[in-house]
Write a protein that binds this ligand. Structure first.
Ligand code: ADP
Length: 194
């Protein structure tokens, strides 16, 4: 199985690259951001609760997010692995993910981090906010808060996966096609060697 974790700050291009990855490697895409947005759209209890945090640029509490993700992992069908996008975002989530996978006799194969400097992130997200109706992309303060949360709570996970020799960094400042090629080649090398 190929279990990929796509990682990086808000606006680094995880969603865009995830689309390419799921098609190329037949992965089941689990995007916690997308799952929350779907629940918000359908006004489920989960969506109503999550919205309070998301609109402020805060993380949804771990117990809600972990429970939701665990349930979504149960339907794998005939995929060749998972693509985790936007999860884990805290150490607690990373540990829970390891537990979930272990129970399935699985583990994370690679963490691929898309590296983009902060000033570029802010302008990308503000631009996305003009065309999407995402409340969290509309306002610079909220965007800066998301980047701060990433630095304070999420970025430490690079270390967590580095220690397991699973961390791979990709420069996210070139074209979408370029970033895609770089990620594909990292995965292809990994698959050839394992
Ligand atoms: P981004 O563009 O920041 O990568 P996402 O679509 O992944 O956005 O997530 C949007 C928001 O949903 C986050 O800012 C956060 O509030 C919430 N969220 C998504 N994933 C998680 C998670 N794993 N833990 C807590 N909150 C999350």
């Amino acid at each position: 199985m190929l279990n990929i974790l796509i990682f990086g700050p808000p606006g680094c291009g995880k969603g865009t690259q995830s689309e390419f990855l799921v098609n190329q490697y037949n992965l089941k895409h689990l995007s916690t951001g997308d799952i929350f947005r779907e629940n918000i759209k359908n006004k489920t209890d989960l969506g109503i609760e999550a919205k309070k945090y998301i609109d402020q640029g805060q993380l949804v509490p771990d117990f809600i997010t972990i429970d939701m993700l665990g349930k979504k992992m149960q339907s794998k069908n005939d995929f060749s692995g998972f693509l985790f996008d936007g999860f884990p975002r805290t150490k607690k989530q990373a540990e829970s993910l390891d537990d979930f996978l272990l129970k399935m006799n699985q583990e994370i194969s690679m963490m691929i981090c898309i590296d983009v400097p902060e000033r570029e992130l802010v302008s990308r997200l503000l631009k996305r906010g003009e065309s999407s109706n995402r409340a969290d992309d509309q306002n610079k303060e909220i965007i800066l808060n998301r980047i701060k949360v990433y630095k304070d709570q999420t970025e430490v996970l690079k270390d967590y996966y580095q220690k397991q020799n699973k961390f791979f960094n990709v420069d996210g400042i070139s074209t979408i096609a370029d970033v895609k090629e770089k990620i594909f080649s990292l995965i292809d090398i990994y698959q050839r060697e394992s």
